[in-house]
Design a protein around this ligand. Structure first.
Ligand code: ATP
Ligand code: MG
Length: 432
């Protein structure tokens, strides 16, 4: 194909040599979620634009300049989802999932934001997200953090640290907002262009400006903990106690605000210094007002989302490779008759050896070229059928990666032999 048609900037193909690592992380996550009693929910990738405007906030980066919004053929304004929480709440309300009950949910899938493409920042990226509804106390906040900590532990991820903060109730945040506007207005000559703009729209966001020139000004800004309400403080202290008891280390970062408007009380991020400016791997918090804001009965809620691209980049930085999923065996077939016998043998093996990864050679090819393909497929073993094997009613077994002599076996013996190997190996990789 002429290369004038290419993927859209900032959107990446996931190639076969990368997909194993993705599946590994996704499987670990799925198993983890079931160990905490969470159920999966899947939402459409397109929603009405208003859903995001009403939930994420009109004056956030996402809604102001990052959404993929378009008119469909009916003239309705639709948007490719930039995040999952809004859709998740919408789905819960639409299907009555929050009616007199709590919910623990997770989702995963692509999200789209028209940001500047850079390392760790894409226009289509992938998140796994977790949301819990109907629980108001800090124990569920702690559960969210503990389950993310367990995910790092299972994956062997070391270089992330936990930052937590409280944004209080909407009322105390409004008071704090006024203090910030006052402070930054007094020092407005020191504000960069972005912050000037945010001063009147979303002054809290100035606090998480990534511009080093703003650092000093931001460090000297009023501290929210001087203004926080008693209930939010108690909630925050409660969370800290759970974390202390569980031995999860954290830093309180009073400058931690999130890019979405709907957060209340607890917010947290897992950050790393190994990915440059895109250092947040996982981020979330409490959003007690969102369900009511979208038309439901007031329902406390807490959740987080984690970026799979960043997680995988960090696993690589940390030298943590995902377990390889090479083929166990490759079937080399020499001659027309062998091709017929071979296709049936392959089916018998798949039926009788659970978990086997077996590739059959298709088409012509000299023994030598077939062995080359076998090697390239990553297979550990070649099962060979040629004229001699057909005559003797056996299969030859050749080891590609081990120093073992070639041998021949009956079909039944091959089944037993492969069963034992596959079981041994899957015990070594119990998670996948
Ligand atoms: P950041 O400040 O890092 O841009 P954000 O506030 O936009 O983060 P959220 O909307 O909370 O992030 O998204 C949660 C997670 O999703 C992030 O921590 C990150 O891992 C991932 N993520 C967000 N935007 C992108 C992107 N454009 N490309 C890749 N991953 C992303
Ligand atoms: Mg962002």
């Amino acid at each position: 194909m002429a290369n004038d048609i290419q993927a859209i900037r900032g959107m990446k193909d996931l190639l076969p040599d990368q997909s194993h690592a993705w599946q590994y992380v996704e499987n670990v996550f799925r198993n983890l979620m079931s160990s905490y009693g969470y159920s999966e929910i899947r939402m459409p990738i397109v929603e009405k634009t208003d859903l995001f405007k009403r939930s994420i906030g009109e004056v956030t980066d996402i809604v102001e300049k990052e959404m993929y919004t378009f008119e469909d053929r009916n003239g309705d304004s639709l948007t490719l989802r930039p995040e999952g929480t809004a859709s998740c709440v919408r789905a819960c309300l639409e299907h009555g999932l929050l009616y007199n009950q709590t919910q623990r949910l997770w989702y995963s899938g692509p999200m789209c934001r028209h940001e500047r493409p850079q390392k760790g920042g894409y226009r289509q990226f992938h998140q796994v997200g977790v949301e819990a509804f109907g629980m108001a106390g800090p124990d569920i906040d702690a559960e969210m953090i503990l389950l993310s900590a367990r995910l790092w532990q299972v994956l062997g991820l070391k270089s992330v640290v936990l930052q937590i903060n409280s944004l209080g109730t909407p009322e105390t945040r409004a008071v704090y907002r006024t203090q910030l506007v006052e402070y930054f207005t007094k020092n407005s000559e020191q504000l960069d262009e972005d912050s000037q703009r945010r001063l009147n729209t979303n002054p809290l966001r100035i606090l998480d400006s990534k511009n080093p020139a703003m650092r000093e000004l931001i460090d000297a800004a009023p501290n929210f903990f001087d203004t926080i309400d008693e209930e939010s403080m108690r909630h925050f202290d409660g969370l800290k106690r759970y974390l202390d008891e569980a031995g999860v280390a954290y830093q309180v970062n009073p400058r931690l605000v999130r890019g979405l408007d709907y957060y209340t009380k607890t917010v947290f991020e897992w950050v790393t210094d190994k990915l440059g400016a895109q250092g947040t791997v996982c981020a979330g918090g409490r959003f007690d007002g969102l369900v009511a804001q979208l038309g439901g009965k007031a329902t406390p809620a807490v959740g987080f989302a984690l970026g799979i691209e960043r997680l995988l980049a960090l696993l690589e930085e940390d030298g943590q490779e995902s377990p390889v999923q090479d083929n166990h065996a490759y079937l080399v077939l020499v001659g027309e008759e062998a091709r017929h016998k071979g296709l049936l043998l392959a089916e018998t093996l798949r039926e009788n050896v659970p978990g086997i990864r077996l590739m059959t050679h298709c088409g012509d090819g000299s023994m030598k070229s077939q062995f080359k393909r076998a090697d390239k497929s990553g297979a550990q073993i070649v099962l060979l059928i040629g004229e001699q094997e057909i005559q003797d009613k056996v299969v030859s077994v050749k080891f590609l990666r081990e120093d073992e002599p070639q041998t021949t076996m009956t079909q039944e013996a091959v089944i037993d032999f492969l069963k034992a190997r596959v079981i041994n190996q899957s015990q070594a990789n119990i998670l996948i």
